[in-house]
Structures are given as structure tokens and as C-alpha cells.
Design a protein around this ligand. Structure first.
Ligand SMILES: Cc1cc2nc3c(=O)[nH]c(=O)nc-3n(C[C@H](O)[C@H](O)[C@H](O)COP(=O)(O)OP(=O)(O)OC[C@H]3O[C@@H](n4cnc5c(N)ncnc54)[C@H](O)[C@@H]3O)c2cc1C
Length: 382
């Protein structure tokens, strides 16, 4: 076994670490307070190619596999989550369906613009009455000549208010549903009959927005069907497998940062005449944090590497998402405990990271749903 990270990926990881340290982390508090990433940093990330990391080179991207992309996200996750969310849809659940299932015409039209960051994407599966049970969506797409007419409401869609291109999952056959009755469409902002509905107010995630999307007799050209008619559930699940590994990378990076902050703090905080780092109660928390981080890192790198070999990773992706995000929440809780009262205050990043990490156990499939996926795969095999 060779655990060495390829040189070019290591360089990319280091470049991201530098960017985070020198330019992104210093503005993290401003992003939180103003709920906005400074425009010059959005431009910088566009110029450095961060929007097209996973887009194939022939369409203007860097063509990174999941391992390379995960290494970048691990570093980016060490600062405000807004930076991860800024680039993650184009590189994962928004762009991946076009990379994997788009026809040549669709790839030529959309991917170069996603790679430069000129256009941003959103992935629209969830509905008010269909979250975990995604196959019970109600949004319909009915063929009418060379168009499909979409009707329905999507919900909690990250990037809804500002995305330019939406991957929309809809029912084309109510009887077949997930077994050939669901299709995916590329819907552009400004398509008549499509509008952004209410914008949600979230517990955290400053700098990004989630909203409803409303489709009222929205006519989408049939040429915007992504993949074959009826193949949409598979398209969505493929995107989610990718997204779940990336969610693990985000959780890993955030947990590593929380551990680093906790070690630093424990060494300098003195109580009863000694730094708290010298107390076994604190050392055990640090040791448990480090151990779980190490376990996640090994799972993540292995699953990402396996996906890059072209193997099916549905089970591993669910395991990485489940273990990684639950781990990061446990680490955030311990980090806050180690920091004591100051950990609860907004002056320290622990408070913000604790809140922002909470959603990682919910989005892209809750922890309960990951367990269902893992169990289903296990029982299928036996
Ligand atoms: C901040 C944020 C951003 C999001 N971004 C997007 C996005 O960009 N695109 C998108 O399509 N969606 C997005 N979502 C939606 C997200 O994927 C769903 O919220 C999630 O899948 C859960 O669905 P739900 O909220 O309807 O919960 P429900 O499905 O109603 O679940 C409620 C509870 O019941 C549990 N549960 C449900 N079924 C079972 C079962 N069979 N067995 C055991 N427990 C079960 C769940 O685990 C959960 O604890 C986002 C959500 C949030 C909060």
C-alpha cells in the first residue's frame, strides 16, 4: 500500500492552505457579520480556477478527481464555510450531473462558464413534502412538443437566490417514480414560469442563502433534459454520492481546525496555576478528537481514491458522510467545552463553526438516511 499523496495534489493542497491563511481567514469575521464574501476574493477564486476544479480540462477546468478535490476542500473548510459553499455546487452536485450525464452540446454550453465561475449552479431535489423520501417529489414535467412543462415547488435550495443554472429533478411518470419516472432538467435563471420564492433564515451559513424555487407552467426546452428521460433519480443519486464524500472533506477540515484551536488554547489557558493542557480531562478530549479525525481522514481518502478508480462507492460515500459529519459535531462540542465560556462567544471562531457544522448531519441526506443506505447495501450483498 502506498499512502503518499501525489506531488501535484500536495502542491494544490498547500496552495489552498496558503490562500486560507493569508487571505480568507483574516476576513472570516467580516463574512460572518456582513453575510457576504468580499467581491475581490470571489474574483480571486475565479482567477485561481477554484470554480472549475472538477470540470474536465477540455471544458476549461482542472479535471481533478475526488481525491484531489477533497484535499482542496479539507483546507478550505478550515475557514468560514461560505468559501466552501461558494465553489462547491459548480464542482459537485451542480456541475457533476452535467459532467457525467450531459451531452456534448450541454457540456460545451455550460461547463466552460461553470469552470470560470461566470455562472453558478444549484441542485434542486428537495420539496416541502419530500426531503429524505426524495422519490416522493411532486414537481411534474410534462412533455409538450419540443418542451417539458414544469410545475411544483422546491425547497431549501442552496444558492437559489443567486444561481444562474439549476439542476431540477422532476416527475415525468407518476407511476414509475424512482424506477424510471424521474428526470433531470437544466433550467436557466429567467426561464418564463420559473421564480425564486421565499428565502429561508438559517441558524448559520452566513454568506450563502437557501430558498424555495417555484415552477408555474415553466417551459423548458426538451434539449435541456439531462441524461435520458426517466434516468433522473440515478443522475441525482450519482451527484449525491460525490457530494457526500465532499461533505466528509468539509467536516474533516473543520474538525482539524477546531483541534488546532483547542490545542493552542489549552496550552495558554491557565487555571489553578497550570495550563489546562496539563489536565488529563482536557488531554483525553484532545486525544479523542485527534483519533476520530484520523479515522475520518483514512476513510475519506480511501473512498475518494476508490471513486477515482471508477468503482461504485455508494456505501463508502454514505459511511464517510455519516461518520465524518457526526465526528465533526462531536469535535466541535469538545472544542467548545475546552474553550469554556469564551468558546460560546462570537469573538472566537468555535461558536460559528459549532453552529455551521450542525447542518452537515442534515443536508445531502441526514445521518439516518446514510444509515439506511449503508444497511441496504449490506443486505443486498448477503
Ligand atoms: C441549509 C440546508 C441546505 C440545503 N440545500 C439543499 C440543496 O441545495 N438542494 C436540495 O435539493 N436540498 C437541500 N437541502 C435539503 C436537505 O437535503 C433536506 O433537508 C434533508 O434531505 C432532509 O429532508 P427534510 O428536511 O425534509 O427532513 P425529513 O425527511 O422530513 O426528515 C425528518 C427527520 O426524520 C428522519 N427520517 C426520515 N425518514 C426516515 C426513515 N425512513 N428512517 C429513519 N429516520 C427517518 C430524518 O433523518 C430526520 O431526522 C438543504 C437543507 C438545509 C437545511
Amino acid at each position: 500500500m502506498d499512502f503518499t499523496i501525489p506531488k501535484e495534489l500536495e502542491l494544490l493542497k498547500n496552495m489552498t492552505r496558503d490562500l486560507v491563511k493569508k487571505e480568507l481567514e483574516p476576513v472570516a469575521n467580516d463574512v460572518e457579520e456582513q453575510s457576504k464574501i468580499p467581491e475581490h476574493l470571489v474574483e480571486k477564486m475565479k482567477q485561481l480556477g477554484y470554480f472549475g476544479l472538477t470540470v474536465p480540462p477540455e471544458y476549461g477546468g482542472s479535471g481533478l478527481g475526488l481525491l484531489g478535490y477533497s484535499l482542496v476542500i479539507e483546507e478550505l473548510a478550515k475557514t468560514h464555510i461560505a468559501f466552501f459553499l461558494l465553489i462547491s455546487t459548480n464542482n459537485s452536485i451542480g456541475g457533476k450531473p452535467i459532467v457525467s450525464f450531459g451531452n456534448e452540446e450541454q457540456k460545451k454550453k455550460y461547463l466552460p462558464r461553470l469552470a470560470t465561475g461566470e455562472w453558478r449552479t444549484a441542485f434542486a431535489l428537495t420539496e416541502p413534502e419530500a426531503g429524505s423520501d426524495a422519490a416522493s417529489i411532486k414537481t411534474t414535467a410534462v412533455r409538450d412538443g419540443d418542451h417539458f412543462v414544469l410545475n411544483g415547488t422546491k425547497h431549501f435550495i442552496t444558492g437559489g437566490p443567486y444561481a444562474d443554472v439549476f439542476i431540477v429533478v422532476a416527475l415525468t411518470d407518476k407511476k414509475l417514480r424512482a424506477r424510471g419516472g424521474i428526470s433531470c432538467f437544466i433550467v436557466e435563471k429567467g426561464t418564463p414560469g420559473f421564480s425564486v420564492g421565499r428565502v429561508h433564515r438559517a441558524m448559520g451559513l452566513a454568506g450563502s442563502q437557501q430558498s424555495d424555487l417555484i415552477f408555474k407552467n415553466c417551459r423548458v426546452p426538451a434539449s435541456n433534459l439531462l441524461g435520458k428521460e426517466g434516468q433522473g433519480f440515478g443522475v441525482a443519486m450519482d451527484a449525491l454520492d460525490h457530494g457526500r464524500i465532499v461533505a466528509g472533506a468539509d467536516a474533516l477540515g473543520a474538525a482539524e481546525k477546531l483541534l488546532e484551536l483547542s490545542v493552542e488554547f489549552a496550552k495558554q489557558r491557565v487555571t489553578f496555576g497550570k495550563p489546562i493542557a496539563e489536565r488529563q480531562a482536557i488531554q483525553w478530549m484532545l486525544a479523542d478528537m485527534a483519533t476520530e479525525i484520523y479515522a475520518t481522514k483514512m476513510m475519506l481518502y480511501h473512498a475518494a481514491w476508490k471513486a477515482d478508480q471508477g468503482e461504485d462507492v455508494a456505501r463508502e460515500a454514505a459511511m464517510v458522510k455519516l461518520y465524518g459529519t457526526e465526528m465533526a459535531n462531536r469535535v466541535a462540542d469538545k472544542a467548545l467545552q475546552i474553550h469554556g465560556g469564551i468558546g460560546y462567544m462570537k469573538e472566537y471562531p468555535v461558536e460559528r463553526m459549532y453552529r455551521d457544522l450542525r447542518v452537515t448531519r442534515i443536508w445531502e441526506g441526514t445521518s439516518e438516511i446514510q444509515r439506511l443506505v449503508i444497511a441496504k447495501e449490506l443486505l443486498k450483498e448477503s
